[in-house]
Design a binder for this molecule. Structure first.
Ligand SMILES: Cc1cc2nc3c(=O)[nH]c(=O)nc-3n(C[C@H](O)[C@H](O)[C@H](O)COP(=O)(O)OP(=O)(O)OC[C@H]3O[C@@H](n4cnc5c(N)ncnc54)[C@H](O)[C@@H]3O)c2cc1C
Length: 344
């Protein structure tokens, strides 16, 4: 229930932001007997989770929607606790990938376009590099700091001398993070793989996976669009954008199935939302982690930090948000128990 605090009310703790991490932290602190006020900049709770009524038939998620029931245990507990309806993800068929120039490539589920050996070589590189990374001190080694200076694209080019390096790097960064591979730090990408249960799980829609191909068709085909294309669409008038997106969708799937006209079109431009500035999660550009990587979750005085980007595991996902909220909430409760007069 929403309440408006009066001017004279006092609280033990103020939580800034009613996304999953803030709400989870607030619940823990309140559960320990403290008086909590949650302040939220926009007119709804949930942050990057956003469910909208689509048509008479039901609802659509315009933000996060996918969890797994194996290693995303805190989200799975919430799902069980609230008895939420779910759909089991299809994980068969083909993936359709459109290049920047518009050509479509169809690859069996689990593979990427380009030279298959290059993909396997890169997967091995990711596994090896991730095994050396320390989740508790991601920039503690000189090697990690060196990798942080590279973009993910340059890292892939450096590791495998194959023409497919750029394609593979782009497909991974665009499909996982919605950014081009020249925008994101290679170290951030490796950390993302490692904190999310490893590269093999993260690119998977299966049991332990982290992917959400909600545009996969009945027979398992899937399409996606590049961030550069998204930026172009974002500048267009709404009707032209819908038209182009629809044409792309029909062109991709129309070769295989009869594509019906949409009954409704919902859109959410996360990049235009002042308190989000993009989706699905914050990324770091080359060099940033080396400067702030260690401090991102460290308390500053009486201020404690939560948010999926501060999580040790499932960074960038709802699971990471919930676990960071649990960590931050526990930190605050502990701070009060060791210093009952703890205040800002
Ligand atoms: C399109 C999309 C698809 C996604 N798909 C998945 C998926 O399938 N599975 C998955 O696990 N994850 C997915 N994610 C990621 C997931 O939604 C996020 O990781 C998670 O919800 C982040 O929670 P958070 O609490 O860390 O941050 P946020 O959700 O960003 O919450 C932060 C809150 O703080 C508020 N705020 C910010 N600044 C201020 C301020 N100054 N004062 C007051 N309030 C402020 C914001 O308004 C917001 O409500 C997706 C995200 C998007 C956008």
């Amino acid at each position: 229930m929403r309440t408006t605090p009066t001017r004279h009310e006092t609280y033990d703790v103020v939580v800034v932001g009613a996304g999953l991490s803030g709400l989870q932290a607030a619940q823990i602190v309140q559960g320990a007997g403290f008086k909590v006020c949650v302040v939220e900049a926009i007119d709804r709770v949930g942050g990057k989770t956003l469910t909208a009524k689509s048509c008479e038939k039901g609802f659509n998620d315009l933000g996060a929607s996918w969890i797994n029931d194996t290693n995303q245990s805190e989200m799975f507990k919430l799902y069980q606790r609230y008895g939420i309806d779910t759909e089991v993800q299809r994980d068969r068929g083909h993936t359709l990938i459109q290049s920047a120039e518009g050509s479509l490539v169809k690859v069996p589920y689990g593979e990427l376009p380009g030279d298959p050996n290059a993909f396997l070589d890169l997967l091995q590189v990711f596994r090896d590099e991730c095994s050396r990374l320390d989740l508790d001190g991601p920039t503690s080694s000189a090697r990690a700091r060196e990798i942080d200076q590279l973009t993910f694209r340059d890292f892939c080019i450096e590791k495998i001398q194959s023409e497919s390096a750029v394609t593979i790097a782009d497909v991974l960064s665009v499909s996982l993070l919605g950014v081009e591979s020249y925008e994101v730090s290679a170290l951030f990408m490796l950390l993302y793989f490692k904190s999310d249960a490893g590269i093999d799980n993260i690119i998977s829609d299966q049991k332990n996976g982290g992917q959400k191909p909600n545009d996969r068709s009945e027979d398992g085909r899937r399409t996606g669009s590049r961030r550069d294309k998204g930026r172009q669409w974002s500048k267009m008038p709404r009707a032209s954008r819908h038209q182009q997106a629809w044409e792309q969708f029909s062109q991709a799937f129309g070769q295989y199935v009869d594509v019906p006209q949409p009954v409704n079109i919902l859109e959410m431009e996360w990049t235009k939302e002042a308190y989000f500035l993009g989706a699905p999660c914050p990324i770091t550009t080359p060099g940033t982690l080396s400067i702030v990587g260690k401090e991102i979750a460290a308390p500053f005085g009486h201020v404690h930090f939560v948010g999926t980007e501060t999580s040790r595991v499932w960074r960038g996902y709802m699971e990471g948000a919930i676990q960071s909220g649990q960590r931050g909430g526990a930190e605050v409760v502990k701070a009060f128990s060791t210093n009952p007069t703890s205040r800002l």
